[in-house]
Design a binder for this molecule. Structure first.
Ligand code: FRU
Length: 474
């Protein structure tokens, strides 16, 4: 698999076959545990199990035995769909969606681990056997401790057309009482955002910050009219419940879905997402693998309550070769900044004159015909993958991420985590954009600064190649 030029080097995924959503992210007995939707037999979305890795440092990941597998005759016989996990009473308890082909919704099931969190035993009873009346889509439990009790959200679509995050409470993780919707909304684009919110909400995730503010993430699902994307609801505690008053798109790229949250022992909220393949399904069959988890991101809230995303600080431990360059890019000129490997972490700082615009071209290999283009202008960063793939079966398009800090005389910071066929791009103001592409050869990229404004731009770059320390992924 390592011969495959598109296979990621520092992003987490098993060597072969299918993966989708991250699941059950939890810190238990000194280890970070990442589970994920995984078909161990084929690069197709069927018979999904829970795959499992663990790490002490978020850098070196040890593969673990498959945590959950579909069982013939059980309500999960066609798939152990998504959910989360808690560390409680000296073990990990995983909550998941039991899938049977032909059932439009998935009851909530649970399994408990041994003390190390390596192997799991399913509970004989379903925790929530039925979806509430009027609910047509129902899956992806998210359980957390809230004061004296446990709470659970389940993603839902309702027969009246609303998407919803349904709420349950429990004193003991066994008996669950339905409390109605924590939040629901018709699939329209609220005027404050331009973001459609989905016919059904998948994978609800909630981060309750210590200052009383709250972030709810929902994955907007469409039967036919997609494409699906992730929605961030900003809110706060309100008595015993929550109120939400802001909504934004969470990641502005075309290839990011179903993210999951984890509370790190130091209180930080970390998040992994699923980046699907942006090429036709035959390519995944040929490659033998599909899907990748994003790097872990730290999620904080800005003064306006909106989420701010940045790569987890631990990723600095992946850096190897480093170079720095500063230059002034004049109008209508291009400057070669330097080369990076196929897995790299690049930070660019820009200082603008009266006309704030700038371009960065990441040219793959030596031919000069395959490249990813980034252009900052008019308050946004546009990422264009129209020329980034060598295979006509790869998706093309240009995607815009807001860059409100792009102003005359202003400064902008961008961070790019590149890994063979994925780029995660972050702005200093906390926006993110995830995109996939498939260059013919990808051993090295050349960074080219492009003067596209009427004024010169001061450019300063810190670039690092990335490698898993020691023996690589265990
Ligand atoms: C999101 C999702 C979940 C479901 C899982 C199945 O990508 O559709 O709603 O539980 O994937 O693999």
């Amino acid at each position: 698999m390592s011969q495959d030029p598109h296979f990621p080097e520092v992003h987490l995924r098993p060597p072969a076959n299918w993966i989708n959503d991250p699941n059950g992210l939890v810190h238990h007995n000194g280890w970070y545990h990442v589970f994920f939707q995984h078909n161990p037999q084929a690069p197709t979305h069927e018979q999904v199990h829970w795959g499992h890795y663990r790490s002490r440092d978020l850098l070196r990941w040890e593969p673990q035995p498959l945590a959950l597998a579909p069982d013939f005759g059980h309500p999960d016989e066609d798939g152990c769909f998504s959910g989360n996990a808690v560390s409680h009473d000296g073990r990990i308890t995983a909550f998941y969606s039991a899938h049977r082909v032909g059932h439009p919704w998935q009851p909530v099931a649970a399994a408990d681990s041994d003390p190390d969190g390596r192997t799991f035993v399913k509970r004989p009873e379903l925790l929530v056997p039925e979806a509430p009346l009027g609910v047509t889509t129902f899956r992806d439990p998210y359980v957390w401790r809230d004061g004296e009790r446990w709470r659970m959200l389940v993603g839902a679509g309702c027969s009246d057309g609303d998407g919803a995050a349904l709420a349950y409470t429990s004193p003991d993780l066994d008996t669950w009482t339905y409390e109605g919707a924590l939040h629901r909304r018709a699939d329209t684009a609220p005027a404050d955002s331009g973001v459609r919110t989905g016919e059904a909400w998948e994978c609800p995730q909630l981060a309750a910050y210590d200052d009383g503010r709250v972030l709810l993430l929902t994955s907007a699902w469409y039967q036919r009219t997609g494409p699906s994307h992730v929605v961030a609801w900003s809110g706060a505690r309100d008595g015993d419940g929550f109120r939400f008053d802001g909504v934004t798109r969470f990641d502005h790229g075309p290839d990011f879905y179903a993210p999951a949250l984890m509370r790190a022992p130091d209180g930080r909220w970390l998040l992994w997402g699923w980046s699907w393949e942006a090429r036709d399904a035959m390519c995944a069959k040929e490659a033998g693998w599909a899907g990748v988890l994003t790097v872990p991101r730290e999620i904080t809230l800005g003064p306006d309550g909106k989420p701010h995303q940045a790569p987890a600080r631990e990723l600095a431990g992946l850096r190897t070769r480093t170079w720095r360059e500063t230059c002034r890019t004049e109008p209508d000129t291009t400057t070669v900044l330097g080369d990076i490997g196929a897995a790299a972490d690049v930070r660019v700082r820009l200082g603008f004159g009266a006309d704030p615009a700038w371009g960065l071209r990441l040219v793959c290999g030596s031919g000069g015909t395959e490249y990813l283009d980034l252009e900052a202008r008019d308050g946004a960063l546009t990422v264009d993958r129209g020329h980034a793939s060598g295979d006509a079966r790869a998706h093309v398009g240009a995607y815009r991420m807001p860059l409100p800090e792009l102003a005359p005389g202003g400064e902008v910071e961008l961070r790019i985590i590149l890994d063979h066929s994925i780029a995660e791009i972050f702005s200093g103001s906390g926006e993110a954009l995830t995109v996939r592409f498939y260059p013919s050869v990808c051993e090295a990229w050349t960074l080219v600064s492009r003067g596209i404004a009427r004024d010169a731009v001061e450019v300063s770059v810190d670039a690092h190649d990335l490698r898993i320390p020691d023996t690589g992924r265990a």
